[in-house]
Design a protein around this ligand. Structure first.
Ligand SMILES: [Zn+2]
Ligand SMILES: [Zn+2]
Length: 103
């Protein structure tokens, strides 16, 4: 695996993969470029973490988890989500636990 480089008719190098610039600039949709673009989008999503979210999306678990917002509303949403997860995980575990009856 290496970086594939093509040239545009104008002689500009098109580097496939990498940071996804060929995908964005030259609309290349080869595997490498698509993958690079997906990674870039994901990075951008992660970069959002810690930024202030828009005012109207507080109180949602997605705001809590994607934005890392810890305002009162989002904390409550996060706590509720986590406790729901906890409960379903606990139920699942209880289902899986073999019942041993030793009297
Ligand atoms: Zn490409
Ligand atoms: Zn919030």
């Amino acid at each position: 695996m290496g970086v594939k480089v093509d040239f545009t008719p104008g002689g500009n190098p098109v580097k496939h993969g990498g940071s996804g610039t060929a995908y964005a600039n030259y609309k290349c949709r080869c595997d490498e470029c698509t993958e690079a673009n997906t990674a870039r989008t994901k990075r951008r999503r992660n970069a959002r973490y810690g930024e202030a979210p828009p005012e109207d999306i507080h109180g949602k678990y997605s705001t809590y988890s994607n934005w890392g917002c810890r305002c009162e509303l989002c904390l409550a949403a996060g706590a509720q989500h986590n406790s729901e997860n906890y409960i379903s995980r606990k139920n699942r575990l209880e289902e899986l636990t073999p019942v041993t009856e030793d009297e």
